[in-house]
Design a protein around this ligand. Sequence first.
Ligand SMILES: [Zn+2]
Length: 320
Amino acid sequence: MKNSITFGGITVAPGEKVSQYVTVKGTDYKFPITIINGKEDGKTLLATAGIHGCEYPGIQAAIELSKEIDPAEVCGAVILMHCINISGFEERQIYVVPDDPERKNLNRLFPGSADGTLADKICDFISTEFVPRSDFHVDIHSGDMVEDLEACVICCAPKLSENNAYANEIAKCLSFKWRMNSGGRTECYNSSSIDRNIPSMLFERGGRGACPREEVDADKDDLYTVMKFMKILPGEVKPNPEQKFFKRHEWTEAGATGLCYMYAKAGDDIKEGQKIAEIKDMFGNLLEVINAKFDGHVVISTSTLAMKKGDDLITYGEIE
Ligand SMILES: [Zn+2]
């Protein structure tokens, strides 16, 4: 931008880049971010990683992009949040913020609240200080340490159809094989669209707590494509002819706490009525059977024997 920009109390001059810890308003909680202010005017991309602290490829991608992107080439601005849930990252704790007194999951809280516990305040800080002055928001996730996953891109919920259409237009140009629309409400990216009217998408790539080079590179390449689409960086983008769309999907949560036996995993095709998982108790007694609701393709599946009631168990979609 031709003027200085200020986000979260950090001011960046035109053609400059600042990488530092930002302090969440009303707390002493800090997480690492980079703000890149281009020399020329243009749009602003917000890319957030580490809402879940054990989803590593996106965290590594944000760190590497913070070094690579040259503000002299940027028209507009790029904000990279390297790892929002730094507490979960350091504790190697799935889903939740361990420093929060109620150990809340950020993605079930947005837009958050300045009057709540630490996790609510983190959500409110992002939602009020960063999202409203962005033009597009990409939230980068993986299957968590307890999940297998086949990479997919999820566009913000169709409740605001213009935002959803814009997200789909961008998503079609990304390297993901699978694309779908979200049905969610409280996730960081859905809140950006629903509460702040900023279009958004979520990357799901990687899982099992791994961080392979090819997944970090794929996250980076797709973020570069988003920046080119938005004309923040120079370059052409075109639709990915290999990509397939799920016209509906099923995000199944476990109905019981116990031992989880999977009969389908990420990458499998499944048939309606097919048994895809069972949950049993510590004595081997059956607690729950999960059958496929329609013919589909599995993109996320549980990789651990342990399962907790209400946690994600399996996600599959029906191919258009
Ligand atoms: Zn996640």
